[in-house]
Design a protein around this ligand. Structure first.
Ligand code: NZQ
Ligand code: ZN
Length: 402
């Protein structure tokens, strides 16, 4: 296991009817900007519930900023950042999923990057984003009310911002972006369309794989925890498809998705993230849902990198899919075991209704060159746990995914 420091300050308030706790969680004299997406927060009544909770105590001034897109847009977020300055906001409350929470983290980090006239500088914010926002040393406090289990953004300090004009979708991360708290009320996920429920299960699954399917460092806790999260997602993914009304299933999916990317299973171990970096370009160029880009790319990452990932692929086959060398009497060699585990993974994604090839997303080989070009533009040229996945490797991965 590698040396590590683990720090995660986010207070999680989990369960039905927890939104009312906002009355004690948000400072009573705060000037609050509630941020939300394209309409689901209003339609589902969650926004009203949040406003009622905030009004129940103290003398808060509450403002609203809606319209944060799925795959949150840089230019939209700068408008929210201007609103932070215009109204002297000192607390951001994100109500939504990864897009709203990521977008609000970005707003919290860049709202101090102003021009002479007090508006947030587009250039300074872009420079910040292209350097991962790591040099920012002040941020507005932030809390979250999660409405879709998927990204883990509710309990981490990272995010991803889209800038369509520049055909860019870039990650950022800064400890100042940890939410002070996140409310995870599983009943708020019951209004999700099946598509989004399945996206969430798949995104969480691939988060675990990015931190697990690398090479062994004898990290028994992280490995066992990661394998458990994968098995829960396999089980609960099928369960929620069969019975979407089952709240217990929703609870387990919600907490699993949070634990998949709150830093715990990724601490002290090598991490890959090749699948995500290629996936971001697919979303940016073709507006494919984030999770669906991952289910297209991951099986090909597993096949293309099976030599360098061999030990963990065999461990994954054995411990997650219970594939044994002597399955029903016939001796399987390592390659056969690995291919069987990759096929199981593809079948899992298919059963959730997710694509596993570029063709499933109505793309063909002509889509590959533009993706490789964008990877190069964004400096994504040494990806993976060994930093060796160059553009040629990314090209081969995509060619396998046709
Ligand atoms: O915009 P509204 O109207 O709210 O609709 C949203 C959106 O269209 C809808 N939705 C959310 N909660 C709902 C609901 N509809 C009905 N009922 C509810 N309770 O679902 C749609 C998708 O929402 P979004 O927030 O985009 O989904 P998700 O949580 O999957 O977030 C995806 C974004 O997170 C980034 C992705 O790149 C993408 O931009 N990620 C963030 C990460 C992080 N911070 O750690 C890591 C991930 O790998 C990922 O990159
Ligand atoms: Zn993801």
């Amino acid at each position: 296991m590698n040396n590590f420091q683990y720090y995660n300050p986010v207070r999680i308030i989990f369960g039905e009817g927890q939104i009312e706790k906002l009355a004690n969680l948000v400072p009573t004299d705060a000037r609050v900007l509630i941020t939300y997406g394209g309409g689901s927060a209003q339609r589902t009544g969650t926004l009203d519930e949040v406003k009622t909770a905030l009004a129940a105590s103290g003398s808060r001034e509450v403002f609203e900023f809606g319209g944060i897109e799925a795959n949150p847009e840089f230019t939209t977020l700068l408008k929210a950042a201007d609103m932070v300055n215009e109204h002297n906001i000192d607390f951001l409350l994100a109500v939504g999923g990864g897009s709203v929470i990521d977008g609000s983290k970005f707003v919290a980090l860049v709202s101090s990057l102003t021009e002479q006239d007090g508006t947030v500088s587009r250039d300074k914010a872009w420079d910040a984003l292209t350097s991962y926002c790591r040099d920012i040393d002040s941020a507005v406090d932030l809390g979250a009310v999660l409405t879709i289990p998927a990204t883990g953004s509710e309990m981490n300090s990272g995010g991803v911002i889209n800038f369509s004009e520049r055909q860019a979708k870039l990650p950022f991360g800064n400890p100042l972006a940890f939410p002070k708290f996140s409310i995870l009320d599983p009943t708020k996920t019951m209004t999700l369309p099946e598509r989004q429920v399945m996206n969430g299960v798949a995104d969480a699954f691939v988060h675990v794989m990015e931190q697990y399917l690398t090479y062994p460092v004898n990290a028994k806790v992280q490995d066992a925890f990661a394998e458990s999260l994968l098995k829960i997602l396999i089980e609960e993914g099928a369960a929620v498809k069969a019975d979407p009304e089952n709240l217990e299933t929703r609870k387990n999916i919600m907490w699993t998705a949070t634990m998949a990317l709150n830093g715990l299973i990724g601490t002290g171990v090598p991490q890959d993230w090749t699948t995500h970096m290629i996936g971001h370009e697919l979303t940016s160029l073709h507006a494919i849902d984030h999770a669906r880009t991952l289910t297209i790319v991951l099986p090909s990452v597993m096949r293309e990198l099976k030599d360098s990932k061999k030990d963990k692929l065999l461990q994954y086959a054995r411990n997650v899919w219970h594939i044994k060398a002597d399955d029903n009497g016939t001796e399987l060699n390592d390659d056969a075991i690995i291919e069987a585990a990759i096929k199981q993974t593809e079948n899992f994604f298919r059963e959730l209704g997710l694509p596993v090839s570029l063709e499933d997303a109505e793309l063909d080989a002509t889509a590959i060159d533009p993706i490789i070009k964008q990877l190069e533009v964004h400096g994504m040229v040494k990806l993976g746990e060994h930093g060796k996945n160059d553009l040629a490797v990314s090209r081969r991965i995509l060619e396998r995914a046709i």
